[in-house]
Design a protein around this ligand. Structure first.
Ligand SMILES: [Zn+2]
Length: 375
């Protein structure tokens, strides 16, 4: 690609980003408020034991004891005095630093200083220093390089070129299931003797009879368009229902793409038609996924809270899973959005509507960008 074209693309991406940053930060701030409220109300909870978690069968033997659906106490449990480590944001752009800190639960204040030799908008210092252990919700003060010719009290108009350093992020989108299930089995992770079906059939709408493989593809194609409009490269595991790709093979697509995130789109089903709501699953609890757990959780939080805001769905929480083949074979951060219950008549109708599918794709996009740009 010619340099001139790269430069044009960079400028175009920056323009697009500017238009997105303010609503995005709004969402992040609201998300943090939501997190705080959730913690206060104790609504971030493990999926109740004994409740069927979606349509994915969970063989008891497959789940390690630590795979019980719960979040680490340090992450989501309530209580004053939860201590968290301050990440290193020095050298990042102000907007990236603010996004990262906000997602991590800090309050950000800023102090401008003349740019000098530094690139405008770069964070030059932070207080407390990275690695400090402080109470969740503590304030972090960022000293950043300000362009004296373009004072921007809000900082937003100073959103610098360096935000992505010209980097093109890659997101692998996996629309769950396919037209025909494949019940032959594969190991749930590299070297495992525990086997699961390569691809299950998925849920079906209680009223609309919409099939999950069709639903996930529609939402995923919307998501692809929205991400591409923000300059993100999207790799799809499938763009039609007439495929036969196992869950392990889908993870391999994300691995080959060296994706910054693998997002798997699904919907739930239950024998209890009253159950409804949205949950986000992330890999944790076994050795296969350990290198990717922290980033996956960060992405899951950003996507989950953005989705709750765009959809107004019932919050069924962020849930760790160790038994998902499509997680265990992934060598990149990953998550699953369970968009809602197709077995619930009201939610089924929502999930089948264009308007709601658009909200789902928008929420996923906002959450993914908050995660990527805050990285
Ligand atoms: Zn599914």
């Amino acid at each position: 690609m010619a340099i001139g074209r790269v430069a044009r693309l960079d400028r175009a991406r920056t323009r697009r980003k500017r238009t997105f940053v303010i609503p995005l930060l709004g969402v992040v701030v609201l998300a943090v408020v939501a997190i705080g409220t959730g913690v206060a109300l104790g609504i971030f909870r493990a999926a109740p034991q004994g409740v069927q978690k979606g349509h994915v069968a969970v063989p008891a033997s497959a789940a390690a004891p630590s795979a019980v659906a719960s979040l680490p106490a340090s992450e989501e449990s309530s209580g004053t005095g939860a201590m968290v480590e301050v990440p290193n944001v020095t050298g990042k752009s102000l907007s990236d630093a603010e996004t990262l800190l906000t997602i991590a639960g800090f309050v950000v204040s800023r102090v401008a200083t003349p740019a000098g030799e530094a690139a405008t908008g770069t964070v030059l210092a932070q207080e407390p220093a990275s690695g400090s252990v402080v109470e969740r919700g503590a304030q972090v003060t960022l000293t950043y390089a300000e362009d004296s010719a373009a004072v921007a009290p809000s900082g937003k108009t100073n959103d610098p070129e360096s935000s992505t350093n010209g980097r093109v992020y890659v997101v692998c989108v996996d629309p769950g299931h396919q037209d025909k299930a494949n019940s032959s089995t594969e190991p749930i992770g590299p070297g495992s003797t525990t086997m699961k079906a390569k691809v299950s059939g998925g849920a079906t709408g209680a009223v609309t009879k919409q099939r999950e493989p069709d639903f996930t593809l529609k939402v995923s194609l919307r998501l692809k368009r929205l991400l591409e409009a923000q300059g993100v490269k999207v790799v799809m595991t499938r763009t039609t229902g007439a495929v036969d790709i196992s869950n392990a093979q889908r993870a391999a697509v994300g691995n080959r793409a060296k994706a910054d995130l693998l997002i798997r789109v699904h919907a739930d089903g239950s024998t209890n038609g009253d159950v409804r709501g949205l949950s986000t699953l992330y890999p944790a609890g076994n050795d296969w996924v350990r290198p990717y757990t922290a980033k996956s959780l960060l992405a899951a939080k950003a996507v989950h809270h953005a989705l709750l805001l765009t959809t107004g769905a019932v919050d069924r929480g962020i849930v760790q899973r160790s038994d998902m083949t499509g997680f265990n074979w992934a060598k990149v951060p990953s998550l699953i959005v369970e968009c809602g219950f197709m077995s619930n008549p009201a939610e089924d109708k929502l999930l089948a509507s264009d308007a709601y599918q658009a909200k789902l794709a928008e929420g996923m996009t906002r959450g993914i960008l908050a995660y990527l740009w805050g990285e």
